[in-house]
Design a protein around this ligand. Sequence first.
Ligand code: FA5
Length: 369
Amino acid sequence: MTQASAEEIERLAEEAEAAIAGATSLSELDGLRVAYRGRKGKLTAALKGIGELPLEERRAVGRAGNEATQRLLSALDRRGQELEAEAAAGRAAADQIDVTLPGRGVEVGHRHPLMTTLERVLEIFVGMGYSVVQGPEVEWYALNWTALNYPPDHPAMDEQDSFYVTDEVMLRTHTSPVQVRAMRAMHDGSCPVRRLDWRCPPQEALASCRCTPPPTRVVVPGRTYRRESVTLTHHDIFYQVECLLVDEGITFADLKGVLAAFLRAYLGPTTRVRFRPDFFPFTEPSADFSVNCEFCDARGCRFCKESGWVEIGGSGLVHPNVLIAGGYDPDRVSGFAFGFGVERLAQRRYRIPHIRTLYENDMRFLRQF
Ligand code: FA5
């Protein structure tokens, strides 16, 4: 092999520079580095026999070789930096966020309107000094009826058609049995009333009392069950809230005051409240209570059965026999109680025409709350 001339080496350098300038990737660039400067590269080969040249020529070829190597290195370096910059710009473009795109929303869950209603209701009563207590949904017949002064086979039981588990056990039709449970819970630990079988005749409760129970002031939320067809305002499962106050000297005026204060706190200060005589075996006297219908502005509609009033619940002064069942002496104390439907209240507050929508879990409905 004859040694390349200085001109040939310069041409090689030009060729390499052109190839490097046209490289489109870092790996292609690396290939070119190997092709010219590698152990078997073109430039390396062109400079191989330089030692055998006469001195003058060796100087010229040597200089050309050094220049060619410098040009090659700086061309590789320059193009390398350009390609790195292009790659970085590409990555940045790919990572860019388009802030004008609509966001991917995260759906936040929230309380069911019935639970919101219940929480607010309890908050109001707790604010008035009542304690929240609960009782079982599967209840003794003796507490759902007998302890509440229902004589055997009394027709009033038919008004609350029931689901029975056994002859003695049923799904409670109202939260009123918790009245008796709450009163007995006020007796001190040593009083036999605390340990009485719930099914014992009510008179036994008072007869066996060995203490003077303090006043009972409770509010009782809970689910209740009745065999009923579904209408705009009736369901077979529904929530009630019961309120019971037993103390010395409680009158119907206290009942009206507390109830009206509660209804106005929950439904608004302009709410009109109406009491009408009613009958419940466990209160005497008894009254149902209604508020003005919001759907028709009290002019009369399907929701209020054309009356302009929506019945919310029943109330009255606790019957002496129920005080006895709770182990209280009716000659010493008196009390009031009332109970109402939570769905009915929510319907009136949020203008929900059909109770069923509270149980269907249709998201289009629930999202409105
Ligand atoms: C009672 O349940 C009595 N325990 C209330 C009571 C308590 C009276 C304390 C005196 C003292 P009534 O059956 O009327 O009463 O029901 C009370 C309220 O529960 C009704 O006014 C209504 O708001 C609601 N309610 C009754 N039945 C249903 C039903 N099927 N679906 C939805 N709500 C109902």
